[in-house]
Write a protein that binds this ligand. Structure first.
Ligand code: NPG
Length: 373
């Protein structure tokens, strides 16, 4: 691939309904859209860094800075041979996995379009539809939560994840379990507990949960190990796993029994693939996490989730669950069996709606990529 230029867009998308997690309540979702031109083609990527550093230290503004000043200049050359070459070029940038992942995604899209192959094919995905679930934010009361969960079940979602935080955990989860005894249910704490506080979560053990996601701090693998040793319910790590190395160490340390894979969090689809492969060899189930992506990132998540090791349903809901107006022409809809169909057109398999992008763009810049002789 020869890259001519990269356009960065900082988008702010209004959410259809507010989304509350243990780190805050969001009415809008920021992200960066990356448009990479080269070889007469255009590839798109989504960088999932948000406005605030709540989920991770990265924000849309830090990603903008690091992309503009360090990563995009590192593309200067005659040829980029693929994701491995890309990772090598940006290896001098410490951290900032979401920024890396956004740019890598655009290169995959470009490469897929060049070869006439879908991202699913490039990654080695096997399924043409993937099982999905819905992630439900913290609600004002257990009654309100039951109403929201019931609504999603009516729409056909067969797996539900509910967000929890200290004081808004056991009663809420018990209420959902009582109302929906056979539901595939899991909870997500987004790092809100300490090991001591997590003792309060013990009653969750009786609720046949699929997993408890990221109860403790992101940099605390060891306490997750101690907690997992006490719990029969599998602990799933999300924020703690920023690289294939972390995944290996977490498994060696028995800090979890399941891993949530998000390409953004781990520095790109190539790194997500490496974590998938590692977990698959060890028989550890993985599933595809979500970051309230637009149609661009959602397409990439569907391709990733089509890999054979993704044996649990992903946080990949239908487009209409998030945005009244998405930035792709394609809308992802839920099939009757709680699956979403994986795009099969070249690259990400979606086309970007320039008018829709314009409406939600806060700022935009086009950066020329220097050609080296
Ligand atoms: O369906 O995309 C989705 C949302 C899934 O709950 C979800 N994502 O902590 O995993 C998470 C959470 C999140 C959303 C994290 C936005 C960061 C930003």
């Amino acid at each position: 691939m020869k890259i001519d230029n990269v356009t960065l867009y900082h988008l702010r998308m209004p959410l259809r309904t507010p989304f509350e997690t243990s780190f805050g309540r969001a009415l809008e979702r920021d992200c960066l859209l990356l448009e990479v031109s080269g070889d007469g083609l255009t590839g798109y990527g989504e960088c999932v860094a948000d406005r605030d550093p709540g989920y991770s230290y990265e924000t849309a503004d830090t990603a903008w800075h690091v992309l503009q000043d360090f990563m995009i200049p590192a593309l200067a050359s005659q040829e980029i041979s693929g994701a491995e070459d890309f990772q090598r070029r940006v290896s001098h940038v410490r951290g900032h996995p979401m920024a890396k992942a956004g740019l890598e995604m655009a290169l995959w899209d470009l490469e897929g379009k060049r070869q006439g192959r879908s991202l699913c094919q490039l990654l080695g995905g096997l399924k043409d539809r993937v099982e999905v679930g819905v992630s439900v934010g913290i609600q004002d009361s257990p009654e309100a939560l039951l109403g929201v969960v019931g609504g999603y079940l009516e729409q056909g979602y067969q797996r539900v994840k509910i967000k929890i935080k200290p004081g808004r955990d056991v009663v809420e989860t018990q209420a959902v379990r009582r109302a929906f005894p056979g539901l595939r249910l899991q909870v997500d704490a987004n790092s809100a507990y300490t090991l001591e506080m997590a003792a309060a979560l013990r009653p969750l053990e009786d609720l046949s949960l699929l997993l408890i996601e990221q109860p403790l701090a992101e940099d605390d693998l060891w306490d997750h190990h101690l907690l997992q040793a006490e719990f029969v319910t599998p602990i799933c790590l999300d924020e703690s796993i920023l690289s294939p190395r972390h995944a290996r160490q977490a498994l060696e340390m028995q800090a979890c029994r399941v891993i949530n894979i998000k390409a953004g969090r781990v520095g790109g689809l190539s790194q997500a693939l490496a974590i998938h492969d590692l977990c698959r060899t060890q028989g550890v189930p993985v599933w595809c996490g979500g970051m309230l992506e637009t149609g661009v990132g959602r397409a990439a998540n569907l391709a990733l989730a089509s890999l054979p090791g993704f044996t649990l349903p992903g946080d990949i809901s239908a487009s209409e669950r998030y945005y009244a107006e998405d930035i792709t022409h394609q809308r992802f809809t839920l099939n009757a069996d709680s699956t979403i169909t994986v795009p099969d057109a070249p690259g990400l398999g979606v086309t970007v709606d320039a008018k829709a992008v314009e409406k939600v763009t806060l700022k935009k810049v086009t950066l020329d990529v220097k050609r080296e002789a």
